[in-house]
Design a binder for this molecule. Sequence first.
Ligand code: FMN
Length: 225
Amino acid sequence: MTDDAESLKRLMQARYSCRAFRPDPVPVQVIEGIVDTARHTASWNNTQPWQLVVTQGDETERFRQALLHEVQTGKTAPDLDWPEGYPDELGERRRTCGYALYAAVGIAREDREARARQSMRNFELFDAPHVAILHIPRVLGAYGALDAGGFLTAFMLSAKARGVDTIAQAAIAAYPALIRRHFGLPDDRVILCAISFGYAAGDHPVNTYRTERIGVQDILDWRGA
Ligand SMILES: Cc1cc2nc3c(=O)[nH]c(=O)nc-3n(C[C@H](O)[C@H](O)[C@H](O)COP(=O)(O)O)c2cc1C
């Protein structure tokens, strides 16, 4: 393997979804550096449709409080349809990763209340000092979301390369009306997801487990000799 291939693989393996952050802010220059790398993502006709609202300082707390209030009083109405099901082995993978999370924090599978509390941590932004809201123009449809998905991965890897941990959060995109209202975004923007980020609380049990991946041969479907 070349040095580049090895570095990229190491980075891909090192990234994980961080669910407990320290309060220390990430310097503005570091955040700009993350985006400076991620902006090289490919997109449909090079349209580069991704935009990020990024909070810092008091604004992270203001948004956290607004979000928690909305979760208690508002209805979920995501801009994009949520999955209708998890076919074949996908459901099992989903359950496995959920159980691994609960096991890490000592929550019994049947303890619905504790699971709901852990789920609420999404809306506390896992105590992160920053959250980014990823949004695109509504007219682009699924391909715009595909482009932004590439950007999301690039952002998370670029952050990890700088020692910054991240978690993509579709949970927050369940409240797009609040997000648009809070940040003054027009109705023609689709809210795809949030990314809470900062420095990991490394010793927190929720950050100690890792998810499994299927093998290369489970992904590839060769045709021809
Ligand atoms: C688009 C997207 C949305 C996600 N939304 C959430 C979320 O709302 N809450 C959460 O705890 N994790 C969320 N995740 C994290 C996934 O659960 C996680 O990526 C997956 O289990 C693999 O684990 P890893 O990121 O630690 O490798 C999301 C990931 C992606 C890519």
